[in-house]
Design a protein around this ligand. Structure first.
Ligand SMILES: Nc1ncnc2c1ncn2[C@@H]1O[C@H](COP(=O)(O)OP(=O)(O)OP(=O)(O)O)[C@@H](O)[C@H]1O
Length: 261
């Protein structure tokens, strides 16, 4: 289970920012940019939650706090009942996090990258081999396992990153735009991998701009607009509140306020 409430994060404005200070952006104030102002969401066992929002809404900042890469200024994040801000080491074991910026070691092969992270998580011997082999097969990585990461295509890198993120069998999985830049085949593999996680009861949160993926995968939807959660609920509630069965339209209605008229 993942439960986020009252989450906030602001960044000090740089001199550059201050020079270009926007007169209209209410998130720029008191010398700070308020990236996340009030985020609340909930994702239970076996649920997949799609995190939506326009560019710059605060999705990545939220997911980076959830992964413990960033410390919140306020609010609570519970993962499996544990407060991850107070127990970041426990949290890192419990969470599998895929970030937008790839963190593969270019001179290691795809296989070596995944095995390296498996070892960091304490896996070894037969258990390490069994876990890695299962992931390589599931993510259809066999053809490029021995290629150096620096020579992999975008899709191959993403599969390697996903395997790396979940190699320790985390209790919850958090994916920041997992299908961005991928071809249709690789996207299908990623979508079906998320379905497997769901079937195994693992809560999954992923950010996306693709509403067709939300339709295929999600039980729950959370929408952030200008750093504030403006919707968090089931897919059915999203359609009702957005006043449309067409997800793109429901999303737009929620963002423009048309849904509240
Ligand atoms: N370290 C930082 N310092 C200053 N501002 C930041 C920092 N990180 C993020 N921001 C700002 O916070 C806002 C939210 O960024 P974030 O990356 O979380 O948005 P997003 O919803 O993931 O957007 P996108 O869909 O474009 O990826 C943006 O305006 C961004 O410039």
């Amino acid at each position: 289970m993942i439960a986020i409430s009252g989450l906030k994060k602001r960044f000090a404005l740089t001199r550059e920012h201050k020079k270009k200070k926007s007169q209209t952006d209410p998130r720029e104030r008191d010398g700070f940019f308020h990236s996340v102002e009030e985020v609340n969401l909930h994702c239970g066992e076996g649920e997949v939650l799609g995190l939506l929002g326009p560019n710059g809404a605060g999705k990545t900042t939220t997911l980076r706090m959830l992964s413990t890469a960033l410390t919140p200024d306020d609010g609570t994040i519970l993962v499996d009942g544990q407060d991850i801000v107070k127990k970041p080491v426990v949290a890192r074991k419990a969470i599998g996090f895929l970030s937008g910026s790839t963190g593969l070691y270019g001179r290691l092969t795809a296989k070596e990258n995944v095995e390296y992270f498996a070892r960091l998580h304490g896996l070894k011997g037969k258990a390490l081999k069994a876990r890695c082999d299962a992931l390589f097969q599931r993510l259809e990585m066999e053809t490029f396992l021995d290629k150096r990461a620096e020579h992999l295509s975008t899709g191959m890198k993403q599969k390697t990153n996903i395997a790396r993120a979940v190699v320790h069998n985390p209790k919850v999985v958090v994916l920041d735009e997992p299908t961005t830049g991928l071809d249709i085949m690789t996207t299908q593999t990623v979508i079906s991998f998320i379905r497997d996680l769901k079937s195994a009861g693992t809560p999954v949160i992923f950010s996306t701009h693709h509403l067709d993926e939300v339709a295929l995968l999600c039980d729950r939807v959370s929408v952030i607009d200008k750093g504030i959660t403006c919707f968090d609920g089931s897919l059915a509630e999203f359609k009702t509140k957005g006043q449309s069965h067409e997800l793109n339209q429901a999303f737009l209605n929620l963002l423009t306020g048309a849904a509240h008229v």
